[in-house]
Write a protein that binds this ligand. Structure first.
Ligand code: NAD
Length: 305
């Protein structure tokens, strides 16, 4: 069955270039009314222009689709959602994609480099989500995408500000997913790698040519469909490959012998091999599941073998 978005209103932030442009084009082709948001600055977050968003709107319309441009910064997310409401009367899907880079090693990151990266990526995604929330909740439908990065998941030299903000987006998505579940408001996270002005000169040339952003758009569009029930997932995608990513926790070890003992640095040292052994690592679905595991730890301490 073809996955359509007729009568759905989709906001894509940072849709004037790169990945966001491909998402907007595919949503447009699938029948959605698309709000093409883009501030139109450079990739360091300087300047602004209406041209980037206008060109994508033109492309969508030429393909027979429906779209409107929005030139606000995601930091003023409520204005972007207002563009959807004033033009189309509703919002169904929000793709938080806008992004910039201010790569520097830790000692050289200025307050402004730190704040701007957090404002655009983390606060911007929160501002749009909060503004869309009452509409999603009332209509008992909403699909939200956050955008993380392998630089956040694994770290990357020269990207402390970006890594922190990008991993923060997974934390934001986790709680948005929990709070939205009962209203059929789902939030999933995409972790892309693609050729764009952001990765030019970073990805090796031969890889760059193959890492087309349009190969990732179908994953994002699928996640946003009304029939897709996944919630709180992190999906990595690149070069026509996609996979789920999640945290796992090791089996761990007691670091005291009984409920009366207090661990010492030496007992931690003695158990370090077991503490860091990931052989039987397991994924936990909630904070509650982790807290419940402490009950069995307490039982083992109270009733040592
Ligand atoms: P890009 O630079 O091609 O596109 C980003 C767009 O966001 C630009 O058009 C820019 O004008 C817009 N933008 C920037 N600040 C904005 C703001 N304050 N308000 C509204 N629009 C704004 O980059 P891209 O590679 O397509 O990246 C898209 C997203 O994917 C970003 O969040 C990025 O961090 C993330 N990402 C990309 C890669 C990759 O390999 N390209 C990897 C991991 C994560």
């Amino acid at each position: 069955m073809v996955l359509r978005f007729d009568n759905r209103v989709v906001v894509v932030t940072g849709a004037g270039a790169g990945l966001g442009r491909e998402y907007a084009l595919l949503f447009g082709k699938r029948g959605a009314k698309v709000v093409v948001n883009d501030l139109g600055g450079n990739f360091h977050g300087e300047g602004n222009s209406s041209r980037a968003a206008d060109l994508v709107v033109e492309e969508i319309r030429k393909l027979g689709g429906t779209a409107v441009a929005d030139y606000n910064s995601v930091v003023e997310g409520h204005k972007i959602i207002e563009t959807a409401i004033s033009n189309y009367g509703r919002i169904d899907v929000l793709v938080n994609n806008a992004g910039i880079l201010r790569d520097k090693s830790i000692a050289n990151i200025s307050d402004n480099d730190w704040n701007l990266i957090h404002d655009v990526h983390l606060k911007g995604s929160f501002m749009t989500t909060r503004a869309a929330w009452p509409y999603f909740k009332k209509q008992k439908f909403g699909r939200i995408i956050m955008t993380t990065s392998n630089s956040g998941i694994y770290g990357n030299f020269g990207q402390a500000n970006y890594s922190a903000a990008k991993l923060g987006l997974i934390g934001l998505a986790n709680t948005v997913a929990i709070e939205g579940a009962k209203y059929n408001v789902h939030c999933n996270t995409i972790c892309p790698t693609a050729a764009s002005r952001m990765t030019k000169g970073i990805l090796p040339d031969d890889l760059f040519d193959e890492m087309k952003p349009e190969l990732i758009a179908p994953v994002v569009v699928y996640l946003c469909h009304e029939d897709t029930m996944d919630n709180g997932q992190v999906i990595e995608s690149a070069v026509g490959f996609a996979t789920k990513v999640h945290f796992v926790r090791g089996k761990g070890s007691l670091i005291r012998d009984s409920i009366k003992d207090v661990p010492t640095p030496e007992t931690v040292k003695a158990k370090w091999g077991k503490i860091t052994d990931m052989k039987n690592a397991k994924h936990f679905n909630s904070n509650m599941e982790v807290s419940s595991s402490f009950v069995s730890v307490m039982d083992r301490l109270k009733n040592p073998l």
